[in-house]
Design a binder for this molecule. Structure first.
Ligand SMILES: *Cc1c(COP(=O)(O)O)cnc(C)c1O
Length: 414
């Protein structure tokens, strides 16, 4: 089955109870049993079933199995947000004294999280660009994981997953990839060499901008060395499943960042149209990037534009697609604001991956907690506008943006 057919006819969607075409919403906190022995069996994992929705729920299972199928994973776990997913995944393999290697130019919330982890004794070292050479030079005794974004938001750098994972694996380190901006429509990081894939489902997977969520997919192939990964020591009897088992029965369950059943349901509806939306969104984004790139004084960042540094990686890893996000530099912060304020169709909103086109000035919003230096390392500048392209007609979007740019005048003052 190809991608869109699998979305509609995949194994999971064909198997809901009573032939329901969507998973029933199990909006219940707890599940009752006929006897105490039955419930005991569920708690001891001898009997299939659910006990309490923080530690398992059938609507969550349906969504998790769909994403697991699309990513080609071993097991998936849904979370209350993308940030909950990233923190749970990292805390499953890191303890005090451990080190993470991460790329610059990551999502602002993730950079803020690394700062919080410092206070728990987990240190992050940053590579300017997550390449095999850069990662190789940073791996040390205490390194437990390499973390990066396949297409980074908002700097739009493309990670060389095969190169980085090879270097990491040689040193016994797994690679965790945040693939929120790529989605399984564009790439399947596990098949490229990643060990764990993370998504904020709030973005393209949901697609309608109606629920916050996250998901972690474990490839189940990484051979953990429990002398290095001491955080997993207690789970060593599970071998390659140690990450999933610790995550599910320990960190995820006890930190309590579970997804709401209705979110899993909304995500299942959104997922049905993921392929259609991504095809249209990538088409629109590339056309809009090309049109803006022709305007003097506007510098566009989009992975597949000619002569861009990540174009070759996009050809190799992203099927030549550039994704749905582009950014451009307007020349000054004032001009960036004027352009944003003149747009008719693009909504001024702090999100990506919606089917509506959204626009924001990252420096004054998403990076408000970052120093100028950290911001520029992340590829965010004072005159930069980020666009999350939607499914509107490309002609209308191009006209909206080109009119807004030409009407915004030049320089600081209009
Ligand atoms: C939005 C986003 C997150 C955080 O997800 P939330 O659902 O907002 O918690 C993480 N990584 C990337 C790349 C994102 O775009």
């Amino acid at each position: 089955m190809k991608f869109n057919t699998k979305l509609i006819h995949g194994k999971v969607v064909s198997g809901y109870a009573d032939g329901a075409i969507l998973p029933p919403v199990a909006q219940a906190a707890a599940f009752r049993y006929e006897s105490m022995e039955d419930l005991e069996g569920v708690f001891q994992h001898r009997k299939k079933g659910y006990a309490y929705s923080r530690i398992g729920n059938p609507t969550l299972t349906a969504f998790e199995q769909r994403i697991n199928e699309l990513e080609g994973g071993f097991s998936a776990i849904s979370c209350s947000s993308g940030m909950a997913a990233i923190s749970a995944a990292l805390l499953t393999v890191c303890e005090s004294g451990d080190e993470i290697i991460a790329g610059n130019g990551l999502y602002g919330g993730t950079i803020d999280l690394f700062r919080d982890l410092e206070k728990l004794g987990i240190h992050t070292v940053f590579a300017d660009h997550l390449t095999a050479e850069a990662v190789g030079g940073l791996i040390g005794e205490r390194t437990k994981v390499v973390f990066g974004e396949l297409i980074s938001n908002p700097s739009l750098r493309v990670m060389d997953i095969p190169g980085v994972s090879n270097i990491a694996h040689e040193a016994g380190i797994p690679l965790f990839v945040d693939s929120t901006t790529a989605t399984p429509y564009i790439a399947r990081p596990l098949s490229l060499g990643a060990d764990v894939v993370i998504h904020s489902t709030s973005k393209y997977l949901n697609g309608g901008g109606n629920a916050i969520g996250g998901i972690i997919v474990d490839g189940g192939r990484f051979a953990w060395d429990f002398n290095r990964h001491r955080a997993l020591m207690e789970f060593r009897k599970y071998g390659k499943a140690a990450f999933t088992i610790r995550l599910r029965t320990d960190i995820w369950e006890n930190f309590g960042g579970c997804m709401a059943p209705v979110t899993a349901f909304l995500n299942c509806i959104g997922l049905d149209t993921l392929g259609l939306r991504m095809e249209r969104i990538c088409f629109n984004a590339e056309r809009l990037a090309q049109a803006l790139d022709r305007i003097p004084g506007i510098t566009v960042n989009y992975p597949t534009l000619p002569d861009r540094p990540c174009r070759e990686l996009a050809e190799k890893e992203l099927q030549g697609l550039g994704g749905g996000i582009l950014s451009f530099r307007a020349g000054s912060r004032e001009k960036a604001f004027r352009i944003i304020n003149r747009l008719k169709y693009a909504l001024i909103a702090s999100n990506i991956g919606d089917l509506r086109t959204l626009v924001i000035h990252p420096a004054s919003t998403l990076y408000i907690h970052s120093s100028r230096e950290k911001m520029e390392e992340a590829g965010v500048y004072d005159d930069m506008v980020r666009v999350s392209v939607g499914i509107e007609d490309a002609e209308d979007l191009i006209r909206d943006f080109t009119d807004a740019v030409s009407g915004a005048g030049d320089g600081v003052n209009q």
